[in-house]
Write a new protein. Structure first.
Length: 408
């Protein structure tokens, strides 16, 4: 009977309540409590000698969507508190209360409830695959099995922070040229729709033959004036559907990932970032004691590139049949010589995780340098391209005026 009662108590859905009241000295006190209802909160506070004025259930809906950055911050906070000796459940309470995002709070509260009922931490995480991928859950499971959960959480936090940093650098490299091109298109559209028609009226009154460049620009202007809604719709809709198909279609992802590696300016940056993430992921998994064949399950997807994911599948098959990791990596033909050499040294010395970490650090630094070089390289290219387009339009519209000046 006692066991059944305990099980029933654990199955009662709990919520977070915010309360306000006065203590024995008449001082106003406030706080939060997890309970099954307002009556439970009031009764518990009365037993503590608090005169309850208000009990309100905290709203868990709304808020920003949970990002990878939120998970990285949560992982770092949990790891730090566990390292300091704070119990796991209390750590979840502290992090949940400190979060400014209601969705993060709800997620952590749900995980804490699962742990309270006897579920392992890795199993609780696996119930939320949208936020905790296989790599994350496998590392946590390995930490629980080996009794080094706080160490594994610290490694996970470091891994996530470095992965986010690489993504941030790539995005920062792309934002500038994309923003400039968008502004340039808007400027050209404004010129075509509002400025060129004014010139056209003036030139029509001349009654003279116009140069070919001027006629071409005026024809483009007519297209923009008549079909501006169609042009903006096609560009906007096409961009949206392109990125949606890129995200959702596996075939499209593979095609684009292959193309990205071959793009002259961005290809090198994408390649180095994929190598950095691949080596960092495998190093983290292997250091956690995850067997190599199992570790390779998560490595390909974590690289962020379909070419590396396909290569990892082949490497996993080869390694499972007894082939050396370095030999399998070399057979794919996509890894740089330095990574192959460091992996070979790591296999021979038994320090594969250390050597792969060093390779990851090297390529992370290379990504940093590539981003800086890319920014300095793109700036003059963009200026030349925009100058050519805008300058060509301006010269085309002033050619008839120059001709009239020569006639006079």
């Amino acid at each position: 009977m006692a066991t059944a009662a305990a099980t029933t108590a654990r199955n009662v859905k709990e919520f977070v309540f915010e309360w306000e009241g006065k203590d024995k000295n008449g001082k106003v006190v406030r706080g939060e409590m997890r309970a099954g209802g307002e009556a439970v909160v009031s009764a518990s506070l009365r037993r503590q000698g608090i005169l309850v004025n208000k009990v309100k259930k905290r709203r868990m809906s709304g808020g920003k969507s949970i990002q990878q950055k939120d998970i990285a911050i949560f992982t770092r906070q949990i790891a730090t508190m566990m390292r300091a000796g704070v119990p796991l459940l209390q750590s979840f309470d502290i992090v949940a209360r400190g979060s400014t995002n209601p969705r993060v709070t709800k997620l952590l509260t749900d995980i804490r409830s699962d742990i309270e009922t006897g579920t392992s931490l890795s199993s609780a995480f696996r119930k939320h695959p949208l936020y905790f991928d296989a790599l994350y859950c496998n590392l946590v499971e390995a930490g629980e099995a080996a009794g080094i959960l706080e160490t594994l959480l610290e490694r996970l936090a470091t891994y996530q922070e470095k992965t986010l940093e690489i993504k941030r650098k790539i995005k920062s490299a792309l934002i500038y040229p994309v923003a400039v091109l968008v502004v340039a298109f808007v400027v050209v559209a404004v010129i075509m729709i509002f400025v060129i028609p004014a010139f056209k009226e003036v030139f029509t009154s001349f009654g003279a033959d116009l140069p070919a460049p001027t006629l071409f620009v005026m024809a483009m202007s007519e297209v923009f004036v008549q079909y501006w809604w169609l042009i903006f719709g096609i560009i906007g809709g096409g961009t949206y559907f392109f990125f949606q198909s890129w995200r959702r279609s596996e075939k499209m992802q593979k095609t684009m990932d292959r193309l990205l590696l071959k793009v002259p300016v961005f290809g090198d940056l994408v390649y180095k970032s994929a190598v950095a993430r691949w080596t960092r992921t495998l190093a983290t998994m292997f250091a956690a004691g995850v067997p190599l064949v199992e570790a390779l399950d998560s490595v390909g997807g974590a690289s962020g590139n379909a070419v590396f994911a396909e290569a990892t599948e082949q490497i996993q098959k080869d390694v499972s049949t007894g082939t050396a990791l370095t030999t399998s990596m070399q057979a794919t033909g996509i890894f740089p010589i330095m990574v192959l050499q460091m992996a070979a040294i790591g296999e021979e010395s038994g320090a594969l995780d250390h050597m792969l970490s060093k390779a990851a650090e090297f390529y992370e630094a290379e990504v940093d340098e590539a981003v800086k070089g890319l920014s300095s390289l793109l700036e003059p290219i963009i200026i030349v391209v925009l100058g050519t387009i805008i300058g060509g339009i301006v010269v085309s519209m002033y050619l008839p005026i120059f001709k009239l000046g020569q006639v006079v």
